[in-house]
Design a protein around this ligand. Structure first.
Ligand SMILES: [Zn+2]
Length: 93
C-alpha cells in the first residue's frame, strides 16, 4: 500500500499538491462510503464488520464506524459475506 502511494505521488504534478497526498487520500477514503459486506457470526449473536478497520459494529445502520470513522454504506446488508471470529477482522483483545 505504501509503495503504491509513493508511485502515485511520483506521478503527480508537484505544483498541484498543497497537502501531503497520503493525507488527502486518507480523507477521501474515509469520507467515501464503504459498503458493509461482512457479517460476523458469534455463538448467539452476530455483528456487521467495518470494511475499513475490521472491527464489529455495535449497531446496524450506523453512518460511521465508531472506531475508525469510516463512512459506511449499508446497501449490501441483506447479502453479507458470513465470517467467523478468528477467520478475519479483529483479533480478540
Ligand atoms: Zn472502522
Amino acid at each position: 500500500m505504501r509503495d503504491r502511494l509513493n508511485e502515485m505521488k511520483a506521478g503527480a504534478d508537484p505544483g498541484q499538491i498543497t497537502v501531503p497526498l497520503h493525507f488527502l487520500l486518507t480523507i477521501v477514503q474515509f469520507r467515501t462510503p464503504k459498503t458493509v459486506s461482512e457479517l460476523m457470526i458469534f455463538r448467539d449473536t452476530s455483528f456487521f464488520v467495518c470494511p475499513q478497520c475490521g472491527i464489529t459494529l455495535e449497531r446496524e445502520f450506523m453512518n460511521y464506524c465508531d472506531r475508525c470513522g469510516q463512512c459506511l454504506d449499508w446497501k449490501n446488508y441483506k447479502n453479507p459475506r458470513i465470517v467467523y471470529p478468528g477467520s478475519s477482522g479483529p483479533r480478540s483483545e
